[in-house]
Design a binder for this molecule. Structure first.
Ligand code: ATP
Ligand code: MG
Length: 352
């Protein structure tokens, strides 16, 4: 198969970890006889520096012609407080391509269990996926403004039926290829939007008879993520709740550097990026953990190209390397061997 990928390395450690992902893709392409072509474009702080725009027109045009988009990370102290902010590039690209479904797997690798702030007995075997609505709800509703000379304020939470249906379907589809257990998270005891959300989940559930569905209030779900994370398979929720729960879930893995994410639209175009930021404190030191970026490329193969076997091969290689005690400096593996970004990438490729 031939696939064209636009890479957006971004800022900080972004370019280093993108090199790792490209090297892994090259190896997977050789192993499975696929032709992956890549084309790099600017986004974020470096795009502000070069083009005075965090998402230049030529980047959008290149992405429009791509089969998938891989993103490193954007941002850094250099651009803090400026008129143009690197993060605007990210919000703009999500909106431009209508990337409404944000998928965040939360995998607790056995070799990293001791890094979790939770007891090993609680986290053992935890492996869940959060499906977050990414382009509507409270973050986009209008009006959003100060009123009465600053004496009151309004933000608006709106969802259309269509917006809820498409994310809920995406979540059911995801659950049906996993352990077939979907938890819909809302605040239906208080919010009208949540009551409509719940109705729609129940309606769509009739199309997926083999998926078990339940509804959980967001406060209870937040507690259960800490007390019993292995209870969950797939969680689906709206934008604000999903933002908070996915950060909560990522810390229980004890390893920010190994987690990928995907943001997908209804035409199947996806943007894949690690969940961590640009880590400017360790940029250009060949120290960054490339695993979150490499697993994002694996998600791209699975969710955009339908290459399940190829994706699983990368995931297995990562697991093997971690299980053998290889780590980067951000990871806590007892008696582990510390590797640089490039060494870790090479280990994963040889394991492949
Ligand atoms: P952002 O606002 O862009 O999300 P942040 O302030 O949340 O950024 P990160 O850039 O994610 O922060 O970094 C948080 C800490 O984790 C930093 O100390 C950084 O060095 C470390 N870190 C993040 N990603 C990695 C990685 N891939 N490898 C090693 N360390 C990392
Ligand atoms: Mg952050």
């Amino acid at each position: 198969m031939e696939k064209h990928i636009v890479t957006l390395p971004g800022d900080g450690i972004g370019p280093e970890i993108m090199q790792s992902a490209e090297a892994v893709l090259k190896a997977v392409g050789e192993k499975f006889s696929h032709q992956f072509t890549t084309e790099s474009h600017a986004i974020g702080g470096n795009a502000i520096d070069q083009f005075n725009d965090p998402l230049p027109e030529q980047t959008i045009e290149a992405c429009e012609a791509a089969d998938a988009i891989l993103l490193g990370a954007v941002g850094g102290p250099k651009w803090a407080g400026g008129q143009l902010r690197p993060e605007q590039g990210l919000l703009k690209i999500r909106k431009h391509f209508n990337l409404f479904a944000n998928l965040r797997p939360v995998t607790i690798f056995n070799s990293l269990e001791s890094s979790s702030p939770l007891k090993q007995s609680i986290v053992h075997g935890s492996d869940l996926m959060i499906v977050r609505e990414l382009t509507s709800g409270l973050y986009f509703g209008q009006p959003s403004e100060r009123r009465d000379g600053g004496q009151s304020v309004v933000d608006t939470l709106t969802y259309t039926r269509g917006e809820i249906e498409r994310i809920v379907r995406k979540a059911f589809d995801t659950a049906s290829v996993r352990r077939k257990h979907l938890t819909s998270v809302d605040k239906a005891n208080v919010l009208e939007s949540s009551r409509m959300w719940r109705e729609i989940v129940n309606e769509i559930s009739t199309e997926y008879p083999d998926v078990t569905v339940e509804h959980e209030l967001v406060d209870a779900a937040a507690m259960k993520l800490i007390t019993n994370p292995s209870y969950f398979d797939v969680i689906v929720t709206e934008n604000l709740f999903g933002d908070i729960l996915s950060d909560e879930a990522s810390v229980i893995t004890g390893s920010l550097g190994v987690l990928p994410s995907a943001s997908i639209n209804d035409k199947g175009l996806g943007l894949f990026e690690p969940i961590h930021g640009s880590a400017p404190d360790i940029a250009n030191e060949n120290k960054a953990n490339p695993i979150g970026m490499i697993l994002s490329a694996a998600m791209m193969l699975r969710y955009s190209f339908g290459m399940n076997e190829e994706s699983a091969a990368i995931e297995k290689a990562v697991e093997e390397v971690l299980a053998a005690g290889y780590k980067t400096s951000d990871l806590n593996i007892e008696n582990g061997t510390n590797l640089t970004t490039t060494e870790m990438t090479e280990k994963i490729i040889s394991s492949l």
